[in-house]
Design a protein around this ligand. Structure first.
Ligand code: NAD
Length: 245
């Protein structure tokens, strides 16, 4: 592992246009379960592809607000961990140009990262599916806690939903910007993602150089130039120490 850490620091130092793609695995050390880790992943308890789907949200909103919504709100008061913090510093010091995250947990922003594309949305707010009026997460939660299920828009009566990309939704415009950044950049560093979820995993297909920092194997290991199978916090702490030398 030490040799690969050394290599990782060297590659980062000499690359221009460094994009970091993060997944649920970067937040497990903050206490948020990912989807696919054996034993602890959410998949062991429920099928997130169902609980967090547009099919359930639109056709069985009670189920969505009982299961999917509970997963989302459980992430609200979580603190970032050392990996998020190091990425914030790396951006500040010019070693990282952009973070593209599949996570909705807001932890990169909490850790100080400025340029973050949240390609699966976020849990800071929701909106009306009819008139698009925004509502903040606290007000949405309040309605649900009062038993207003599905919660409805105060302007037009339409059903409210969180600002999170569900299975069945299309991705926001920032995914196109992320593709441009990856195509124009020299390095993509994937941290804590199984790279099973499309279309985001396409970024690992189109990048010039691919570095993967992940505990388990990923769908793109064969395409990677460097793989570090280690806890993100441990790997990033060591890489960052070398970058600062
Ligand atoms: P995933 O669950 O498919 O994969 C997570 C990967 O992270 C696994 O391969 C695992 O081995 C690895 N991992 C776990 N802990 C790690 C650690 N400490 N250090 C390094 N690697 C670690 O997650 P995914 O690829 O992001 O896809 C799941 C989808 O679910 C994404 O779309 C994501 O938006 C969503 N999701 C988000 C959150 C969140 O916002 N925190 C949580 C769960 C799921």
């Amino acid at each position: 592992m030490e040799q690969n850490i050394q290599k990782a620091a060297e590659i980062i130092k000499k690359s221009k246009g460094v994009v970091v793609l993060t997944g649920a695995g970067i937040s497990t050390e903050s206490g948020i379960p990912d989807f696919r880790s054996p034993g602890t992943g959410l998949w062991e308890k429920m099928d997130p592809m169902e609980a967090l789907s547009t099919e359930v949200l639109y056709n069985r909103p009670e189920k969505f607000y009982r299961e999917g919504f509970e997963i989302l709100r459980s992430m609200k008061d979580i603190a970032p961990n050392v990996t998020h913090e190091i990425l914030g510093k790396m951006e500040e010091e010019g070693c990282v140009d952009l973070i593209v995250t599949q996570n909705i947990d807001n932890l990169h922003q909490k850790a100080g990262s400025k340029k973050v594309y949240e390609v699966h949305g976020h849990i800071r707010s929701g909106y009306c599916i009819q008139c698009s009026k925004e509502i903040n997460m606290e007000n949405l939660e309040e309605k649900v806690d009062k038993g207003e299920i599905p919660p409805r828009c105060e302007s037009c009566g339409g059903v409210l939903r969180p600002n999170v990309v569900m299975f069945g939704d299309s991705l926001p415009a920032c995914f196109d910007w992320a593709m441009d950044a990856v195509e124009n950049g020299e390095l993509l560093i994937v941290i804590g993602s199984s790279l099973e979820v499309g279309p985001v995993n396409y970024l690992a297909q189109i990048c010039k150089k691919l570095m993967i920092i992940n505990l388990g194997s990923t769908a793109y290991d064969r395409r990677a130039d460097l793989i570090i199978n280690e806890k993100a916090s441990l790997a990033l702490t060591k890489i960052y120490a070398l970058l600062r030398k």
